[in-house]
Write a protein that binds this ligand. Structure first.
Ligand code: FAD
Length: 471
């Protein structure tokens, strides 16, 4: 006999465990199915994504600070890098958070099943338990939150030795490569480029599109390339790797690339494939439902995350959009609030902050000037450099800027684009201002403490009307 719940969730990542808590708050009984070994919840983000990468990047950033300490009057002597300890700390952070999520499930009375979930019928999910055996769960509602997996290019096999993925980087315990070629310059590619460079590796980025971080504002891409090159990272944008030419016969890898500089052969100890992710839908047996999937494997949903199958919702990476942990969690919350008959506000994609934790950090939301103009807006824009912000000089991070894109007719904020110190934190103010339909003038009117990096937000906002004070 199948056990019955108000809600069965497949996948224990942000799009799964977060809505599980919200559903429990709303009085629903919830079953959560997660296949990860050890039953660890938190999905890609906690286990092999956001958290372990940022723990590694924290060490990278500290290492850079120590190496550059003399400017600040600190002579630390010979700085030594102990990678096994770096990995140990990374895992300690991950484990602490895993325990935290497991505790939250208990507190919220969410029943967790460790195994692979698949549809038997639209509202019936079979769990092939990792310990052996099977369970059947019936839900008034089902939420698909099965997320995404590492992707590669046709013909390029990830062998986990010389050709590696992000999963391999965040589970490596012994050492870092002395040289690495990174294919792809999205968030994952540039974060690892920044990290390996700080760890002392020779890094080459190969990006087939014309600029790195190609989804960001063009000036952000240009600034990042300049800073990366200043740090000795080789950036080959507009360059295509010839996958067939990959040669792993020697100690490392060799691969031919062709771009603006003609054809050349790159050599390194390892090749990191960072070309994006694919949705994890193969094991779900969606054929037992009317759920619709695009050619790219994206589950099709409406603004409340309903699929074409009555009572079956989907959220997170599996529905496309921005493949980000905070987007996944918010989507899941909207979905369960809708199931519970609440009146949730659909999520506006233009209010989802996009964050990249390379050095310097990148953060943005909404439209660039070009995108806004294409959509017919009359645009005004303000830009303010960190070099005119006292705290940025104090912190020794004077590079970068914040840009505000606004609608000239209504004064509403259309987007923000930032590169520089702690912009992944600072962007929250812009998102909040957009949520409450604030204007750049209002951000400018809000008193920002001095000296803080946050002053860049008010100055950039004031710059929209030419009223910035310090530049
Ligand atoms: P996932 O986190 O992928 O979770 C899905 C879960 O479902 C998995 O645990 C999987 O095991 C399970 N599952 C799949 N199929 C089944 C099944 N049939 N039965 C049972 N369980 C199943 N985002 C950010 O916002 N900030 C960052 O800094 C950031 N850094 C990242 C760094 C890296 C290297 C990577 C790879 C990603 C990063 N992301 C970051 C993206 C973020 O991790 C994802 O957007 C987020 O994890 C998506 O959550 P999700 O719940 O949709 O899917």
């Amino acid at each position: 006999m199948a056990e019955s719940f108000d809600l069965v969730i497949i996948g224990g990542g942000n799009a799964g465990y977060i809505p599980a808590i919200r559903a429990s708050q709303l009085g629903m009984s919830v079953a959560l199915v997660e296949k990860r070994e050890g039953g660890h919840l938190g999905g890609t983000c906690l286990n092999v994504g956001c958290i372990p990468t940022k723990a590694l990047l924290q060490t990278a950033s500290m290492l850079s600070d120590f190496k550059n300490g003399e400017e600040f009057g600190i002579k630390a002597g010979k700085v030594e890098f102990d990678y096994p300890q770096v990995a140990k700390r990374r895992d300690a952070v991950v484990n602490q958070l895993r325990r935290g999520v497991a505790g939250l499930m208990k507190k919220n009375k969410v029943r967790v099943y460790n195994g692979v979930g698949s549809f038997v019928e639209p509202k019936k999910v079979k769990v092939a338990l990792n310990d052996g055996g099977e369970e059947e769960l019936e839900g008034r509602f089902v939420l698909i939150a099965s997320g995404s997996e590492v992707n590669t290019l046709p013909g390029l096999e990830i062998d986990h030795e010389k050709v590696i993925s992000s999963d391999d980087v965040v589970t490596e315990n012994e050492s870092v490569p002395s040289s690495i070629i990174i294919l792809g310059s999205g968030a994952v590619g540039v974060e690892f480029a920044s990290m390996f460079n700080d760890f002392g590796a020779e890094v080459t980025i190969v990006e087939v599109l014309e600029r790195i971080v190609p989804l960001e504002d063009p000036e952000v891409s240009a600034q990042l390339q300049k800073e990366f090159e200043g740090r000795g990272i080789r950036v080959l944008a507009g360059t295509k790797a010839d996958i067939e030419s990959l040669d792993k016969s020697g100690d490392g890898v060799k691969i031919k690339v062709e771009g603006r500089d003609g054809e050349q052969t790159l050599e390194a100890e390892k090749l990191l494939v960072a070309v994006g992710r694919k949705t994890a839908i193969e094991e779900l047996n969606l054929d037992a439902t009317k759920v619709e999937v695009s050619d790219r494997g994206i589950i099709q949903v409406d603004e409340f995350y309903r699929t074409a199958e009555d009572g079956v919702y989907a959220a997170g990476d599996v529905i496309g959009g921005y493949w980000l942990a905070h987007a996944a969690g918010h989507e899941g919350i909207v979905a369960v609030e809708h199931m519970a008959g609440e009146d949730p506000m659909p999520l506006d994609q233009d209010m989802i902050p996009r964050v990249t934790f390379c050095r310097p950090e990148i953060a943005s939301f909404g439209l660039t000037r070009e995108q806004a103009e294409e959509q017919g807006y009359e645009v005004k824009e303000g830009k303010f450099p960190f070099r005119a912000i006292g705290k940025a000089l104090i912190e020794g991070e004077p590079n970068g800027f914040v840009k505000v894109v606004a609608d000239a007719e209504t004064d509403l904020i259309l987007g923000m684009h930032a590169i520089g110190p702690h912009v992944t934190e600072l962007i929250a103010e812009g998102v909040f201002a957009k949520l409450v339909e604030g204007t750049p003038q209002e951000i400018g009117m809000a008193v920002h403490a001095h000296p803080t990096l946050a002053e860049v937000m008010s100055e950039a906002a004031l710059a929209v009307d030419g009223h910035a004070i310090h530049f």
